[in-house]
Design a binder for this molecule. Structure first.
Ligand code: FUL
Length: 481
């Protein structure tokens, strides 16, 4: 009996030794807060302030507080729409460049507390917090560094003011998932009555590292956005276009908010030494703020679907701006379009075709890392190859010929972003036909191709920085070509 036991222990420890280890992470990897952010994918931007009532995009800073007077402001409506639209959170312009605060800041009179709205007793941030909690949404804040109202803007004293406001926002309104630091900076403004032009050196003036410390201290789970991160970067345009080649990596120390880096930010840096993924911010209308003249110029559901492919489909998150109108409500036209976009998206990705099928690979690291892990619906399992194998193919056998025209691919980014080039082929009438050519993958890519009747789909990783680690592949037949 004792001998049997010893034998069993020996066998067990032998097989434990044989267990093949996963690859080591390669290059920079996302932090926990960045991983959580990636999974949000799609959330709402809300631009709302005095501009809504003055019909401007950038307020000068001399607007009377009394102009802010929404007749039916209802953050519940915003949150309900966001939820119904399939969004995961809301980021609000707590303060835009005009300096007007949507919360009753202790540090200025230029806020809702001196407006007509709710006789100065209102607090948009408080209302939004409640609404986000009710609908299970995350909440984020935009606090414009440029302040055209503040008399001290341009002096060191302004930093104290700015940081005090940041502390208020990060202390009094529950959990914040993202803090949005805009890059627009300096120029003419009211500045407490000076009415002049003030220029600042955006590389040094804001002393960003010390502001970042406040966010880490008060909201350790929040990511910080700016042109240059530190956690999330701007995509470099406001038209909704993620870059096809998109590294979640950046040589962050070479960049700063407001610098002239738009052309770099789409692709990121292949050799970046920090994980700083891209966020696509874009408005459902021409302007960021509400203008009645744009009521008929709301993006159509089909156009929003294109934005989805060029953002989420290109390894970026989508921050879609829906500006409340003068009532303080999201306009009917915007709501209609958003909800129809959700329906379109659901239809587009209704029938996943790869799950439960058979997958084979040219190389595999061992059974824990088998090719089937890419189609098991579990984001924590993945297919990978031996360490020295940086090219490989994985083929999904669809069984009977099946029409396909979309592919979704995800790397297991906890181990870094690795793939530099890939292609997709379909086996049509016994011959391989290339349907997609791609570069990077990252958290997620979704690619369209003309519908084919295929019995097999093959993904070839043709270039990778280290052995490829793929967690998910999905195939769809969306309506249309
Ligand atoms: C820009 C700002 O100047 C716009 O007004 C808007 O807030 C946009 C999201 O960022 O830099």
């Amino acid at each position: 009996m004792r001998q049997h036991l010893i034998l069993l222990v020996l066998i067990l420890s032998f097989s434990a030794c044989k267990q093949i280890l996963p690859p080591e992470p390669f290059g920079p990897i996302p932090s926990e807060r960045q991983l959580a952010w990636h999974q949000l994918e799609y959330y709402m931007f809300v631009h709302f302030t005095v501009n809504t009532f003055t019909d401007k995009e950038w307020g000068y800073g001399d607007e009377k507080e009394s102009v802010f007077n929404p007749s039916e402001l209802d953050c519940r409506q915003w949150a309900k729409v966001a939820k119904d639209a399939g969004m995961k959170g809301i980021i609000i312009t707590a303060k835009h460049h005009d300096g007007f605060c949507l919360w009753p800041s202790e540090y200025t009179d230029h806020s809702v507390k001196n407006s007509q709205w709710k006789s100065g007793q209102g607090d948009v941030l408080r209302d939004l917090r409640k609404a986000c909690d009710e609908f299970g949404l995350k909440m984020g804040v935009y606090l414009s560094p440029w302040d055209r109202n503040s008399a001290v803007y341009g002096t060191p004293e302004y930093l104290v003011y700015y940081r005090n406001q940041l502390r208020e926002l990060l202390t009094n309104y529950g959990d914040i998932f993202e803090v949005w630091f805009d890059g627009a900076n300096g120029g003419d403004g009211y500045y407490g009555g000076a009415r002049e032009t003030r220029r600042i050196d955006n590389k040094t003036y804001y002393d960003w590292p010390n502001t970042h410390k406040i966010v880490r201290e008060l909201q350790p789970a929040a990511v910080m956005f700016s042109d240059a991160g530190p956690d999330v970067r701007w995509v470099g345009n406001e038209s909704g276009m993620g870059s096809i080649t998109n590294w979640c990596l950046l040589r962050r120390d070479e960049l700063w908010p407001g610098g002239n880096f738009a052309s770099i930010l789409g692709e990121g840096h292949e050799d970046g030494n920090y994980w700083v993924p891209a966020e696509v911010d874009v408005s459902i209308r021409r302007g960021w703020f509400y203008h009645q003249s744009q009521d008929s110029l709301v993006r159509s559901p089909e156009n929003l679907m294109e934005l989805y492919y060029s953002s989420v489909g290109r390894n970026s998150n989508l921050l879609l701006n829906i500006p409340p109108d003068r009532r303080g409500l999201l306009h009917e036209n915007d709501v209609k379009s958003l909800i129809a976009f959700r329906e379109l998206r659901e239809k587009e990705f209704a029938n996943e075709l790869a799950k439960g099928k058979n997958a084979k690979a040219s190389f595999s690291r061992g059974k824990e890392y088998r090719p089937g892990n890419t189609i098991d619906g579990n984001p924590e399992t993945f297919w990978t190859t031996p360490d020295d194998q940086t090219t490989a193919e994985i083929t999904i056998d669809l069984g009977p010929e099946t029409e396909v025209n979309r592919i979704l691919i995800q790397e297991y980014i906890k181990l870094g972003q690795r793939v530099k080039a890939f292609k997709v082929d379909a086996l049509v009438d016994g011959a391989w036909k290339q349907v997609v050519e791609g570069t990077t993958i990252g958290y997620k890519v979704i690619r369209k191709f003309p519908a084919v009747r295929a019995s097999k789909i093959r993904l070839t990783i043709s270039e990778s920085k280290a052995c490829p680690v793929i967690s998910n592949i999905e195939l769809y037949r969306a309506a249309g070509e």
